[in-house]
Ligand binder design. Structure first.
Ligand SMILES: C[S@@+](CC[C@H](N)C(=O)[O-])C[C@H]1O[C@@H](n2cnc3c(N)ncnc32)[C@H](O)[C@@H]1O
Length: 277
């Protein structure tokens, strides 16, 4: 299917904070508890090894749950050099409780809002990641984000929880419903509103379902990202693909490295671990 960019509640600055937060909190918990971190771990490891990434800037981190779960899965899979991860979000840090414990203290939140389209040069990092967030960018914005990473010489990793097709949401439906029912008791702020709009006026699960459907229709395909990336940085190395099993358990990924990383990766096999910039 073609890409469609409809309205999402968690995207809208006119939407009440408790609605935006609910969608992001539930998403982070559902992804962290399911198979996606395990599917993403080998891709993450390949990215940090090939890119020589020692300090990763994760953009659009939401509560940080998804990123922390991927980092933890990579560690469980035996990855050696897990980088320090700086979590960040356009809406500032709204870290879920438990994030630091999940990732063994490797992830910490940047305290100020960070816009993926204008990354603050004061944040020292040598790679950028986007987990379950790239679909928020329209094609022109996505091009801009990739071009900025290439201009700044930062390897980039994009992982989406499924390819573009709402059918892939099916396995997430019941876990999400349960997570919406639990969220008013687990959340850090706006508990009253979240409780009322879950149990008295059961609106939040429906808004979340809408955002999920719209997200699934917004995902950029690998070929679309490749065309943007090649136009932005023709000499970079770009890779894309899917990982998973069966029809309904697949994630999609895209990553890119400056040309010198290709040479570096070849050298690294003989000369030990890659050197951080
Ligand atoms: C669907 S949530 C994903 C959150 C998280 N990555 C996860 O998997 O749980 C999208 C997040 O992207 C953030 N976001 C949207 N536009 C952004 C931008 N231009 N720069 C940084 N973050 C952005 C939103 O605030 C929101 O927290």
């Amino acid at each position: 299917m073609g890409r469609v960019h409809l309205f999402e509640f968690n995207d809208s600055r006119f939407c009440p904070r408790f609605v935006r937060d609910s969608v992001v909190e539930v998403l982070g918990r559902v992804i962290a508890a399911g198979p996606i971190p395990e599917l993403a771990a080998p891709i993450f490891v390949r990215f940090i090894e090939k890119g020589g990434v020692r300090r990763l800037l994760d953009l659009g981190s939401g509560t940080g749950m998804t990123t922390a779960a991927i980092v933890a899965a990579a560690e469980r899979a035996g990855a050696g050099d897990i980088p320090e991860v700086v979590l960040s979000d356009l809406r500032g840090g709204r870290e879920a409780s438990g994030v630091a414990a999940i990732c063994n203290g490797r992830c910490r939140f940047w305290p100020e809002p960070v816009d993926a389209m204008a990354v603050d040069p004061a944040i020292a990092h040598d790679g950028r990641s986007f987990f379950c967030v790239f679909h928020h960018f329209r094609p022109a914005e996505a091009r801009q984000v990739i071009a900025a990473a290439a201009r700044d010489g930062k390897p980039v990793l994009i992982i989406e929880p499924f390819p573009r097709n709402p059918l892939y949401l099916r396995p997430l439906f019941f876990p999400s419903l349960l997570a919406y029912l639990a969220n008013p008791f687990r959340t850090r702020r706006d508990r009253f509103f979240k409780f009322v709009f879950t149990f008295i006026v059961p609106l939040l699960p429906f808004l979340g379902l809408w955002d999920g459907l719209v997200s699934a229709m917004r995902i950029h395909s690998g070929d679309e990202l490749l065309a943007m990336a090649r136009a932005a940085a023709p000499d970079w190395q770009w890779e894309h693909g899917r990982a998973g099993f069966g029809f309904l358990r697949q994630i999609s990924f895209f990553m890119g490295f400056p040309p010198r990383h290709a040479e570096g990766a070849a050298m690294d096999r003989d000369a030990g671990p890659p050197v951080s910039r």
